[in-house]
Design a protein around this ligand. Structure first.
Ligand code: SF4
Length: 201
């Protein structure tokens, strides 16, 4: 049986992002998770704390989990790249070569955790895992992939921070994803008072 330490990437210099990182933000969660969530890249807070989805986007991510009846303890969470991409002192999207360089670590997580469903959040995570460029067409749908688990692409939580209309789209997508998890027999909490900030117009 592998252990968490075997999934921790240490001292990686496969791309230039190592030069400006505070630390590598490795995956976290449940080593036997049936559902993996993959985001884009660490931001400032994640780089400092070493844990994915902090700050405002983190609150929205936790609301997504709550809506689905999942928690950070029942899923596995990682990113398309594990070091913070910087433009000056600001975050920037990771470049194609950085995503390509970090992809083996993402695939390693997928092979070791063995999730049945992989929820990619945002275009970059979806493209890294699927090798496809049709995020807009496939968001909110079930996508078969060569990496193993079925994919379910969603918007990135940060995209929802200032976009109320996108939250309603997320509401619809989460309802579909919830039904799919039930069809797959994946356990999730079903109590009625789950957090729901997406389905409110
Ligand atoms: S982003 Fe990924 S590939 Fe690049 S240095 Fe960090 S861990 Fe290595």
């Amino acid at each position: 049986m592998y252990e968490l330490a075997s999934l921790e990437v240490k001292d990686c210099q496969r791309c230039d992002l190592w030069k400006t990182r505070t630390q590598i933000v490795n995956g976290s969660g449940n080593l036997r998770a049936a559902v993996m969530f993959t985001g884009e890249a660490p931001g400032k807070m994640e780089d400092l704390r070493g844990i994915g989805f902090q700050g405002q986007a983190g609150k929205l991510f936790d609301a997504i989990l709550s809506h689905l009846g999942l928690t950070r303890q029942t899923i596995w969470l990682n990113n398309a790249v594990r070091c913070r991409p910087l433009a000056g002192r600001k975050n920037r999207p990771p470049r194609t070569e950085e995503v390509t360089a970090c992809r083996p670590w993402l695939i390693q997580d997928t092979e070791n955790i063995g999730p049945r469903v992989m929820v990619t959040m945002g275009r970059i995570a979806y493209e890294s895992v699927s090798g496809r460029d049709d995020f807009q067409a496939k968001r909110g749908t079930i996508v078969q992939s060569s990496v193993g688990p079925t994919l379910f692409p969603l918007f990135h939580p940060a995209y929802l921070i200032y976009r109320r209309s996108a939250r309603l789209v997320m509401c619809h997508d989460l309802q579909k994803l919830g039904h799919y998890l039930d069809e797959m027999g994946i356990e999730r909490e079903k109590h009625a008072d789950r957090e729901n900030i997406f389905c409110v117009p």
